[in-house]
Design a binder for this molecule. Structure first.
Ligand SMILES: Cc1cc2nc3c(=O)[nH]c(=O)nc-3n(C[C@H](O)[C@H](O)[C@H](O)COP(=O)(O)OP(=O)(O)OC[C@H]3O[C@@H](n4cnc5c(N)ncnc54)[C@H](O)[C@@H]3O)c2cc1C
Length: 560
């Protein structure tokens, strides 16, 4: 059977010839390479491939084609092949030419291309191949065909099967879901013996786990679920961007570091399908990928991890700080960094709560978008995360409606996102509107929207993504850790006179009212709620731990 298609279109015969030979030489064993000279022929070929049901992995188009720009052509690709990656071919130095530069910015801002690619200049041209293989890796992730994919087989999309998908998502582990009565499900069940308990997990090495616990599945997939020792220089609670950054800096600076998280790695960031504003990733990076890389970086530097461990206790004991992990029990440390982030508020509509995982999702659509192809989807929220979710879903869904309580989008969303939303034909925005009801039989079927005047409207909907404001999860902290009225942790100069600070010295910048306990990232009162600021605060917290150690060496604390 011919492999997925790599299609290139360019009107410059010399350039097309070298693209064809580079693609053919390197990829023709696994992919079908097709080259076209005009945008019309390329579109006709893409239509035929869509009718045949053939997969298109990548489309490359020269920036200036006769009668149509490469960006405009690539902008049409997702209507026919929603998963295909799209690269704009440019000449070396082309970004210095104003017209090409503007074509790239415009096409990127409006989501018409994924990135640009330099035309090959020598053979082999490894720069060209690096760009192509990055596209193919991203494509294979979106297809859930990447190597080491774990399969979840369940008898419904919701319930425990959804929770297990969520655990895998939060551990940044590639996974795919299928229903037990689908052809793939039957094939996987056939290899699992007589009547296995569902949901079933099939690991890439063929091992099978029937209805595993969260810790079992994480551990089987290679995640660290328990610490090897019980005393550390620093314990970091939470492995989102702030916690992972603190882990990288802590471990690299010689501190014996433990990171504990009640779930997997990456925190909220794993629900972001494409983070475009994080330094050093010009083509954007998915939150899952960023978390995966950061975890690996912290791990090779020597950080210890304890995943699937809810941290439920924090107290001072014998000059150290004791942290209680739900499964492992207590560990002690000289310093603790709270990097527990925040979670989205619940909608509070019982009929919709019941459909959590079955069309109703809290957070972004990282793994669910593909399953919503051709359907009507709603995103609730007015911040950047909601805007990104709507744009990502618009590639698959028939229509995406962004439901916002505020009077305008500009109040909570970056300008680049509002522009992109305006320019995306299948996104509607409903301002001054709330979701007040809905339901469905096993899967979301309808919603009830209420407008600013109080009028209700029932609409058909198969997907609902809720991104309606963050709240910190700090209820478990002792009273000594002062918080604001919403539960965010107060640090440094935000600590008032009455916060109970017990020492002569002033608290350090990110230090809480409990000496030796720091807070970094979204959990902190006044935090910016961005990946970069969480990462920055994680690294600063480690510098403050060094200062604390120096200070306590000079002035030891009295044992409690
Ligand atoms: C869909 C979406 C899209 C986004 N897009 C962007 C973007 O494009 N750019 C950008 O800059 N930012 C974006 N953000 C915001 C960004 O993800 C957050 O600001 C960032 O993740 C905060 O990092 P953090 O480490 O402080 O907290 P979190 O990411 O919230 O991580 C906190 C971790 O702590 C763990 N935890 C909590 N309580 C406990 C406990 N008691 N015991 C053990 N573990 C615990 C949680 O399981 C979690 O893993 C987005 C957010 C979302 C949801």
């Amino acid at each position: 059977m011919p492999g997925p298609v790599l299609l290139a279109v360019d009107d410059d015969p010399g350039s097309l010839k070298s693209v064809k030979s580079e693609l053919g030489d390197r990829y023709s064993r696994d992919y079908t390479v097709i080259c076209e000279r005009s945008p019309e022929r390329a579109l006709a070929t893409l239509e035929t491939l869509a009718e045949e049901g053939s997969q298109v992995a990548l489309v490359l188009a020269g920036e200036w084609l006769p009668g149509m720009s490469g960006g405009d052509l690539l902008g049409k690709v997702h209507q026919l092949h929603p998963h295909a990656k799209r690269g704009l071919l440019i000449h070396w130095g082309g970004w210095g030419d104003r017209a090409t530069g503007e074509a790239i910015f415009d096409a990127m801002a409006h989501g018409r291309i994924d990135y640009y690619v330099l035309r090959p200049s020598t053979s082999p041209d490894e720069v060209f191949h690096q760009a192509v293989s990055s596209f193919l890796l991203e494509w294979s992730h979106s297809q859930r065909t990447a190597p080491h994919t774990i399969h979840v087989v369940g008898d419904s999309w919701s319930g425990r099967a959804y929770e297990l998908r969520d655990v895998l998502e939060r551990c940044a582990i590639p996974h795919a879901f299928c229903l037990a009565d689908s052809p793939k499900g039957r094939e996987l069940l056939a290899g699992a013996g007589d009547q296995p308990r569902l949901p079933l997990i099939v690991l890439p090495n063929g091992h099978i786990l029937a209805d595993p616990t969260d810790a079992e599945i994480a551990s089987a997939a290679g995640a660290a679920v328990g610490p090897d020792s019980s005393d550390f220089d620093v314990v970091i609670v939470g492995s989102g961007p702030a916690g992972l950054s603190a882990a990288v800096y802590g471990a690299s600076e010689g501190l014996n570091t433990l990171v504990a998280d009640e779930g997997g790695i990456g925190g909220q960031a794993t629900s972001s399908s494409l983070i475009r504003n994080y330094l050093g990733f010009p083509r954007g990076v998915s939150g899952g990928r960023l978390a995966e890389q950061a975890y690996e970086q912290a791990w090779v530097l020597g950080a210890n991890f304890a995943l699937m461990q809810n941290v439920c206790g924090l107290e001072r004991a014998d000059g150290r700080i004791r942290v209680t992990l739900s499964e492992h029990g207590p560990v002690t440390a000289r310093a603790v960094i709270l990097a527990t982030g925040a979670t989205y508020r619940r909608l509070g509509v019982p009929e919709l709560e019941e459909l959590n995982g079955a069309g109703v999702f809290y957070g972004g659509p990282a793994s669910e978008a593909v399953g919503l192809a051709g359907l009507d989807v709603y995103v609730v929220g007015g911040a950047n995360s909601a805007g990104q979710a709507a744009l990502h879903l618009a590639r698959y869904a028939r229509r995406v409606t962004l439901v916002v309580r505020a009077q305008s989008l500009t109040a909570g969303m970056s300008h680049y996102l509002t522009r992109q939303i305006d320019a995306t034909g299948n996104i509607d925005v409903r301002l001054r509107t709330e979701v007040v009801g809905g339901g469905g039989d096993g899967w979301l079927e309808r919603l009830v929207l209420r407008d600013g005047a109080g009028a209700d409207e029932a609409v058909s909907a198969q997907g609902l993504f809720l991104m309606i404001g963050a709240r910190p999860r700090t209820d478990w902290l002792p009273a000594e850790v002062a918080r604001d009225s919403r539960g965010f942790v107060l640090t440094g100069s935000d600590l008032g006179e009455d916060c109970g600070w017990p020492l002569e010295r002033n608290p350090f910048l990110l230090e809480t009212s409990m000496p030796g306990v720091f807070a970094a990232g979204d959990v902190r009162h006044g935090a910016v709620k961005r990946v970069a600021s969480a990462v920055g605060e994680g690294s600063i917290a480690i510098q403050l731990v060094h200062r604390l150690v120096a200070e306590e060496t000079l002035h030891p604390l009295p044992a409690a």
